[in-house]
Design a protein around this ligand. Structure first.
Ligand SMILES: Cc1cc2nc3c(=O)[nH]c(=O)nc-3n(C[C@H](O)[C@H](O)[C@H](O)COP(=O)(O)OP(=O)(O)OC[C@H]3O[C@@H](n4cnc5c(N)ncnc54)[C@H](O)[C@@H]3O)c2cc1C
Length: 405
């Protein structure tokens, strides 16, 4: 069975691997020069960086399994640590290495910067959310959800709101509470301790999956057509034509803003949120207590010490920072973070459409189309999650399984 996979992001890669393993003859079309899409490695001034800093969770089970399948070892590729949320105001919540859910309970009660009565109220609320299976009767914004739960204290500002922004790339006022609850269900709410871990990449994003998967696919006879933008996909009745070439089936794994050009009935009218990553070299004497620190009150939301003398400052979602040019933004962040090191080197990477806006009640398209030979993959089709690598990978595996006999 010849199958075309259109789009070589993490969804398309997952689909191509699953199809190849299932015996299909795969041709993977990718418009860009490398695989990876919105999560790819880039080399700038001899430094191996990413198109944007990414953080993964232990809960990304299918992503980790896919990495192993193509020969990338998650134990080597990640600095795996129990979750810690530390910010610039002195707040600290650190999960101990205890079995779940004890680790979350002990971490919560040991958190610095929160009173005991608030901790008790929060533990009680989390228990209730868990009992209801993390299902909300009706979707609403995270702000409305927290208000209704009386979560109005320090934990809201230092924990829930930053976690929401990190997971959904949207501030709590606009983010879907149901999608946020789903992320909590599979991480903090999981009965497996490993799911709550933070996975900080030690290598660039290309080495995590796209490059090993590319080699794995080629070794098994799959064709990779990089730098090839597909213009048309047509239903032939018993198969599909992709730019005039005949295939038994196709997986369209393009981002939501591109899918409509290939398959009009799947067109979406999503809004998008940007992410900027500002990389800056730091001197060997600058050390952070934990490689991931949250920042409140400025432009930058997270700082990641990448461990190779480079710091990544992450700015999530729309904000005033978009009006600043790269030099002004880098200078502003250096001031904000207190970087007095004179190193002038910085690089700003802006992804204008980093993620779709995961607002309450957002309708997500079915991955099946009216044509049995064409299925969709992509983070936006995995309706249980906001835009994440894990959603992209799961969607790709599901699309492939739909086509395999
Ligand atoms: C800066 C940034 C930070 C992020 N941080 C995180 C994070 O910390 N954790 C997390 O889980 N997620 C994060 N995400 C989200 C995550 O990267 C995405 O959800 C995921 O990469 C989406 O993968 P995808 O395969 O669905 O789509 P994409 O990566 O968009 O892949 C689609 C591919 O299709 C190709 N394409 C489109 N049209 C055509 C065509 N006509 N012909 C051929 N090819 C075509 C595109 O070039 C692209 O490579 C972040 C995203 C960004 C941008």
């Amino acid at each position: 069975m010849r199958v075309a996979v259109i789009g070589g992001g993490w969804a398309g890669i997952a689909a191509a691997v699953e199809l190849t393993a299932g015996g299909a003859e795969v041709t993977l079309f990718e418009a860009g020069r490398v695989l990876g899409g919105r999560a790819r490695g880039v080399e700038i001034d001899g430094l191996k960086l990413d198109n944007g800093q990414h953080i993964l969770l232990g809960a990304y089970r299918d992503t980790l399994a896919l990495m192993r399948r193509v020969g990338a070892d998650p134990d080597e590729c990640f600095d795996r640590r129990p979750l810690q949320v530390i910010d610039n105001t002195g707040f600290r919540l650190a999960l101990p290495r205890l079995p779940a859910p004890l680790n979350v309970a002990v971490g919560l009660f040991a958190a610095k910067g929160v009173g005991l009565s608030e901790k008790l109220r929060t533990a009680w609320w989390m228990e209730g959310v868990k009992r209801r299976g993390f299902r909300l009767a009706q979707d609403m914004t995270v702000t409305q959800w927290l208000d209704a739960a009386g979560q109005t204290g320090a934990l809201r500002r230092h924990l829930w709101e930053p976690l929401c922004l990190a997971a959904l790339n949207l501030p709590a006022e606009r983010a879907s509470a149901q999608l946020f609850a789903n992320v909590l269900r599979d991480s903090l709410g999981s009965s497996r301790r490993a799911d709550t871990d933070l996975l900080l990449p030690r290598v660039d994003l290309g080495q995590l999956l796209p490059a090993p998967a590319g080699r794995w696919l080629q070794d098994r006879g799959a064709q990779l057509r990089l730098g090839t933008r597909v213009r048309a996909v047509e239903d032939t009745g018993n198969g599909v034509r992709v730019d005039g070439e005949t295939f038994a089936a196709a997986v369209i794994a393009a981002a939501p803003q591109h899918v409509g050009a290939l398959w009009p009935s799947a067109a979406t009218d999503f809004a998008f949120e940007p992410i900027a990553t500002v990389y800056r070299k730091i001197g060997p004497n600058l050390k952070f207590p934990f490689p991931l620190t949250n920042r409140l009150g400025g432009h930058c939301q997270w700082i990641v010490d990448r461990g190779n003398g480079v710091l990544a400052c992450v700015l999530s979602g729309h904000g005033d920072w978009e009006a600043l040019d790269d030099d002004a933004l880098a200078a502003e962040l250096a001031k904000e973070v207190g970087l007095t090191d004179p190193s002038p080197w910085h690089k700003v990477i802006r992804e204008k459409r980093a993620t779709f806006s995961a607002r309450p009640g957002l309708a997500r398209p079915d991955f099946r189309t009216a044509c049995p030979h064409v299925v969709l993959a992509g983070d936006y089709t995995w309706a249980d999650y906001p835009a994440t690598l894990e959603g992209a990978v799961r969607s790709g595996l599901r699309a492939a399984q739909q086509l395999l006999p």
